[in-house]
Design a protein around this ligand. Structure first.
Ligand code: NAD
Ligand code: DAU
Length: 338
């Protein structure tokens, strides 16, 4: 296929590009604004690929979107848009929600208009957080939307806009909602890479509240393949949930990171809880399984590989950990990193 992948320089977007180029031979154009979370080096391995093209620009900018959708030296115009572009950190959405509204509401609208004008297939990448928190049981695609944070509320808004474009204009759009992703190339503001890098540096391991909140972990390569299934075989107008095979409380994740890094248990520090913190997420994935998808990576194996990747790829995280991330960390956690 010929794809426009928006937000492809980020964590999951770059896993998706790897899967599509290496396993399917797709021609891919990436449109990415390169925010603090976007990194062109995540795509360095495709620089020489004749079907690959990188365009720096924002999804809320119609000119950038038109440029990315135009035919180029890399080949004919895209036949589908897959949208990963987003502000993705809940804590940042609580501190400063503006960019979340701009990217999720305006950006998604610009992409939908571009898809409508050109009659393109469209897949919106979304999150289990749009359903809110669930104490027991598991969310299905028909569960009501009940987002808790500015992040999840603006993602839910974008999902509703996507569904309206299918309903009103017949746009062949589908939505794929994932549970908590982990793996290589994840920005260290998120729980798992934060704990791995802090453990490797002897920094405190900040656990919000009692640490008994539960997340449903999916390896980014598994989520990427689920999105590919939805792109190829998903029905227009449908939502597909892709949940990982393992649910764990945050404290259990932190203890596993400690075991894999050899850090001291005394580094664990319970800190002030996140305002409006969702207690538990859980997703049932029957609908995407019916398309032929199965998660391949269990958490124990995936976490071990992820810790090894961060150990072996200091070139990737050193510029982050020595740059603006330090200032963010001090503001968020009230202490400096080692
Ligand atoms: P990320 O923060 O690592 O990457 C986001 C990418 O989007 C970055 O490359 C960034 O530069 C780019 N971007 C941000 N705003 C943009 C804009 N206005 N225009 C163009 N590019 C822009 O995020 P991620 O964790 O890879 O998440 C990707 C998608 O998957 C998001 O839509 C997110 O909501 C969804 N998702 C994430 C998870 C998770 O656990 N990380 C789980 C389920 C769904
Ligand atoms: O569920 C999917 C979502 O998962 C995605 O849509 C989001 O983009 C992604 O950021 C993630 O959201 P969470 O809020 O669940 O992920 P985060 O890594 O921020 O936190 C995971 C859990 O760990 C959560 O209960 C908060 C807790 N936590 C997090 C951090 C950063 C801590 O206890 N300490 C921390 O320092």
């Amino acid at each position: 296929m010929r794809l426009l992948v928006c937000g492809g320089a980020g964590f999951i977007g770059s896993h998706f590009v790897r899967v599509r180029v290496c396993e399917h031979g797709d021609a891919v154009t990436v449109l990415d604004k390169l925010t603090y979370a976007g990194r062109e080096e995540n795509l360095a391995e495709f620089a020489e690929d004749p079907g690959f093209r990188f365009v720096r620009g924002a999804i809320e900018d119609p000119r950038a979107v038109a440029e990315a959708l135009a035919p180029s030296d890399a080949g004919a115009a895209a036949e589908a848009i897959v949208n990963f572009a987003a502000e993705t950190h809940v804590d940042r959405s609580i501190a400063e929600p503006d960019a979340f509204v701009r990217t999720h509401a305006l950006g998604t609208h610009v992409l939908l208009e571009a898809a409508r004008e050109r009659e393109l297939r469209y897949v919106q990448v979304s999150t289990d957080e749009v359903y809110g928190s669930i104490d027991v049981g598991t969310f299905t695609e028909t569960s009501p939307l009940a987002p808790s944070s500015p992040y999840s509320a603006t993602k839910a808004g974008a999902d509703l806009l996507v569904q309206s474009y299918h309903h009103t204009y017949g746009l062949p759009a589908s939505i794929c909602r994932g549970s908590n992703n982990y793996g290589s190339h994840q920005y260290p503001e998120k729980l798992i890479p934060l704990m791995i890098l802090n453990a490797l540096h002897g920094d405190a391991l900040p656990v919000y509240g009692d640490g008994r909140q539960v997340r449903n972990w999916i390896h980014a390569s598994d989520f990427a393949r689920a999105i590919g299934c939805v792109l190829e075989r998903g029905a227009p107008g449908e939502v597909y949930n892709a949940g990982g095979p393992d649910e764990l409380a945050n404290m259990d994740v932190v203890r596993r990171v400690i075991a894999l890094t050899g850090a001291e248990e005394s580094l664990i520090e319970h800190v002030r809880d996140r305002p409006g913190h969702d207690r538990r997420y859980s997703l049932s994935s029957e609908r995407v399984r019916a398309l032929g998808w199965e998660p391949q990576v269990r958490f124990a194996e995936g976490l071990e590989q992820t810790v090894a990747w961060y150990r072996e790829n200091a070139w990737w995280w050193e510029p982050i950990r020595s740059g603006a991330y330090r200032t963010y960390y001090e503001q968020q956690y009230g202490r400096a990193l080692n």
